[in-house]
Design a protein around this ligand. Structure first.
Ligand code: FES
Length: 106
């Protein structure tokens, strides 16, 4: 199935080391800026539905603010308890200064 991309923001709207949450095709997606590299993950922790977009970024990881589980921003893999299941990651395209997010995982 072809991936459809949606513009969410200009890169300058998400400062380095921070993330913002957007609606993409009806899903909440957290878009993270790690030293100028952009990642997009579900804004929903696989442990107990915590708001991942409010989590702290460290290197290529995000920490759930609710109970401290960490996830790999590249793969969505859970890196420590209490989460064991991965979270969805979304394709990112940078078009000039704009961030576009794919509407399906992968
Ligand atoms: S809801 Fe994220 S660690 Fe519990």
């Amino acid at each position: 199935m072809a991936v459809t991309f949606q513009r969410v923001a200009a890169i300058s709207e998400i400062p380095r080391g921070q993330s913002r949450v957007f609606e993409v095709d009806g899903k909440s997606v957290s878009v993270c800026n790690v030293e100028g590299e952009i990642f997009a993950i579900a804004d929903l922790c696989s442990h107990d539905d915590g708001p991942l977009g409010a989590g702290e970024l460290t290197d290529h990881q995000i920490e759930c603010p609710r109970h401290g589980a960490r996830f790999d921003l590249k793969t969505g893999k859970a890196l420590c308890l209490p989460a064991v299941l991965p979270i969805p990651v979304y394709k990112v395209e940078l078009r000039g200064e704009e961030i576009w997010i794919g509407d399906s995982e992968g």
